[in-house]
Design a protein around this ligand. Structure first.
Ligand SMILES: Cc1cc2nc3c(=O)[nH]c(=O)nc-3n(C[C@H](O)[C@H](O)[C@H](O)COP(=O)(O)O)c2cc1C
Length: 414
């Protein structure tokens, strides 16, 4: 795309990058998520980069997330500015300084060793929520010991109910502050790039893998030193403890539809705040509320599951209207700037999660990249609030949008 810094940066890499790297402070070198994205692409082997970057199918849904966010315009008011900026929000009775957190991402050590623990440390220090995937590559207990109640466990309900129940118990014992139940993976997402790259856990040693890893020696050395990534939390239940055996076990346990009965059972087992993740239809939000779920995460999994799915931001207003104050509505998928976060909050979401933005920060800069992304998104959000003339988040509503997306596209919703 012409004018896209990620694109331009990639094209003129090598000598110029070395010069920038040696002479520029990180805040200048990586002033926005697209810059981090471009740098991460240069540091990760192709199979690892494609795994994070890719959407499902041809990637139209992922693109739609971006174009739909860009389409949300806000009309600034310059002569009624009042007071200092306030971005504090209350979520499930707890105050957070910023209205965003780190989304759960599985297989994260394929990008950076112990990536999940690095997210946990940064989130704890900034006092913000951080998700841990069922498909994580660390132990749920070691993550919990760092993140405490800032950790929100993400459950993919495994096929085996005993495993399901034990995971919930472990998350509770490890002190997680809330739990997501992800419902938008009734079948594993079809990602042609991963198929082309022969992506597997543990990685298959093929000439292509060796070539890709050799092209990224820093990644290869740090990954080899830390140990081949595998599903540490879930692998424990596998009868076959070889790497391949654990991976096969995980693939048979996950990627199944979640029945309403299972969702109700999970509600009974988890005593804390419970969020259904992957809601796109208002009727699903209502059904979850009827089951006792008190959080609704409007998400299309970052465009990784159904290419025809609408963008989260397109269905957000209808879901906010149906839910009202019966649950906390949150959003994710495609959010990569403070302005994007502001767009969702103006429509009525109370909180936003970002996935890839944080992974690009970590892959590009190492652990310092996570607080860098936090600060960057906070700064962009504050600037945007001042720019529209509504410095206090608590006063933000749809009247700040240029269009008021009030139309109901789902007349069959209750
Ligand atoms: C590499 C990667 C792995 C992911 N793994 C999971 C997962 O294990 N469980 C889950 O519920 N969502 C998973 N997601 C989806 C994220 O939680 C979140 O919905 C999505 O990343 C938001 O879109 P964004 O990346 O554009 O911010 C994953 C996303 C990415 C990019």
């Amino acid at each position: 795309m012409a004018g896209d810094p990620a694109h331009d940066y990639t094209a003129r890499y090598s000598v110029e990058l070395a010069q920038e790297y040696l002479t520029m402070p990180p805040e200048n070198r990586y002033p926005s998520v697209p810059f981090l994205h471009a740098a991460a692409k240069k540091r990760l082997p192709k199979f690892s980069y494609d795994y994070v970057n890719g959407g499902t199918g041809p990637g139209v849904g992922q693109e739609r997330n971006r174009t739909a966010l860009d389409a949300v315009t806000m009309t600034p008011r310059y002569v009624t500015q009042t007071g200092p900026v306030e971005t504090e929000v209350e979520v499930f009775g707890r105050k957070f300084a910023r209205p965003f957190g780190i989304a759960p991402m599985g297989l994260a050590s394929l990008q950076v060793p112990d990536a999940e623990l690095k997210f946990a440390r940064a989130a704890k220090a900034a006092d913000m929520p951080v998700g841990l995937s069922t498909a994580c590559t660390v132990d749920i207990e070691e993550f919990g010991a760092i993140a405490g109640s800032n950790g929100w466990f993400q459950l993919y309900p495994p096929k085996d109910e005993a495993v399901n129940d034990d995971l919930i118990k472990r998350a509770s014992d490890a002190g997680f502050g809330a739990m997501f139940v992800t419902v938008d993976v009734p079948a594993s997402g079809w990602r042609p790039h991963d198929a082309y790259n022969g992506l597997a856990v543990p990685p298959r040693i093929t000439p292509a893998t060796i070539w890709n890893a050799a092209m990224r020696p820093c990644w290869s050395l740090s990954t080899l030193a830390a140990g081949i990534p595998h599903f540490k939390t879930l692998g424990r239940y596998s009868p076959d403890k070889s790497m391949r055996g654990m991976a096969d076990f995980v693939s048979t346990q996950l990627g199944n539809p979640t029945s309403a009965d299972r969702l109700k059972r999970i509600r009974d087992l988890w005593k804390g705040d419970l969020i259904i993740k992957g809601v796109m239809h208002p009727a699903d939000a209502e059904a979850a509320i009827d089951m006792g779920y008190n959080g609704i995460l409007v998400s299309n999994h970052g465009g990784r599951q159904l290419d025809a799915a609408p963008a989260s931001i397109e269905v957000l207003s209808e879901i906010v209207d149906v839910v009202g104050d019966k649950a906390m509505v949150m959003a994710d998928s495609g959010f990569s700037s403070g302005l994007d976060i502001l767009r969702a909050l103006a429509i009525g979401a109370k909180f936003v999660f970002c996935g890839r933005a944080f992974m690009w920060g970590l892959a590009a800069m190492g652990p310092a990249g996570v607080p860098h992304v936090i600060n960057m998104l906070s700064d962009e959000l504050e600037r945007s609030l001042i720019q529209i003339g509504c410095p206090r988040l608590s006063e933000l509503d749809r009247s700040w949008l240029s269009d008021h997306p009030r139309q109901t596209r789902y007349p069959n919703a209750r």
